[in-house]
Design a protein around this ligand. Sequence first.
Ligand code: SF4
Length: 249
Amino acid sequence: MTAGPAGTPIVPAEIRCAGFQGTTLIDFPDRVAAIVFVPGCNLRCPYCHNGALFEVADEDLMPPEALWEEIERRRDFIEGVVITGGEPSLHPELGAFARALRERGREVKLDTNGLDPAFVRTMLPFLSCVAVDLKTTPERYHLLGTRAGACDLRERLRATKEILSAAQCAVEYRVTMYPGVVDGVETLEAMMALVPANAIVYLQQFVPNHAWSDEAQKTPPFSAAVIREMAGELRRRTGRDGIYVRDYS
Ligand code: SF4
């Protein structure tokens, strides 16, 4: 652990920080926050904008002391810290980091793909908000570069759903509307079986610019109007009111 000014441990020495953004007004609902990016991911979503985080050399990581200093320098105006990636669940040391942040009065939001329910369970007591990126139906996850089988993936996502069903914090599920991976209301309806009732759902438009794969850069996104139409139909079919659209056009 790295000691803070008051001698309180805050950043585990083993934390692997691949990037830090000092301030965000949009990534933590209703909070001014900093963002910590961790390296590595167990998926390869074609549309991912963080491809640079898939492989990060040790010498390019931010030293824990520097991370702590950056967070502390902003202590008068940062209310929270977003932990994102990459995929945070590859980093069990984040539990100690989240605990330390909470003990020092910072709120914590976690972004995850939800494939490691044990990690979600460990982090949950320290979270004010968790955002799960649900990609598609388990049968289609192979399109995202995983070799895990559909049954295994379904069980993991179901377990995450059960854990978050009892969460006291805000729960968001996000679906990136990437044609071919999520291609219609039937797919979305099947996915909703893996979303807890207490979650708000965002259908977010896929943005080809900055995607790491050539394939995604050449794929036209669904229009905002089409996504809104799907959202309306999904609300009707599932009876869920909390389904919203994020579009970037
Ligand atoms: S979008 Fe998220 S889950 Fe998919 S490859 Fe990128 S970091 Fe991993």
